[in-house]
Design a protein around this ligand. Structure first.
Ligand SMILES: [Zn+2]
Length: 157
């Protein structure tokens, strides 16, 4: 079984992980891209904004996104820009939380992998060989080419 100290650490990681997952679940809509204020041209061909040199309108809010590998700009009203700004900051927050979840999971994984190794060593060499044998048979029955000799585990330490 897992020793008390390892169990306590795993419990702490689990609680932290669940807490982060709760935070992630509470996040509103997310959106990729960025918003900015740019000057722009209108649709009237004879307007000063199309003259040389141009006198541009605005500035207006625009959202820039990459859709199917292409950069797409879209003009937004100030209200729409407000919504987008919120979705973009939600997106940033979601990424931060996910990165922290990965960090906690990696620490827990290290403990669990180590524990699995300890458990395997306790089962002894005979059980280990049988487990290996089963694995080879699984490969063979799946139609894959089974290795003629099972790869040997390092015997040191
Ligand atoms: Zn114009």
């Amino acid at each position: 079984m897992v020793n008390k100290r390892t169990a306590a650490r795993l419990d702490a990681y689990e609680r932290r992980y669940r807490e982060l997952a709760r935070q992630l679940a509470g996040i509103g809509y997310i959106a990729a891209g960025s918003i900015a204020l740019w000057p722009g041209r209108c649709g009237k061909a004879n307007c000063a904004c199309h003259a040389d040199p141009p006198r541009l309108h605005g500035p207006y809010w625009h959202v820039t996104q990459t859709i199917d590998g292409r950069t797409v700009n879209r003009r937004l009203t100030p209200e729409q820009a407000g919504l987008y700004s919120e979705w973009i900051s939600n997106d940033r927050r979601a990424k931060e939380i996910l990165a922290r979840m990965r960090g906690v999971a990696a620490k827990a994984a290290e403990l669990l992998l180590n524990e699995a190794l300890v458990q395997q060593d306790r089962t002894g060499p005979k059980a280990r060989f049988q487990a290996h044998d089963r694995q080879v048979h699984t490969f063979a029955s799946a139609g894959n080419s089974a290795p003629s000799t099972p790869p040997r585990r390092p015997t040191s330490a």
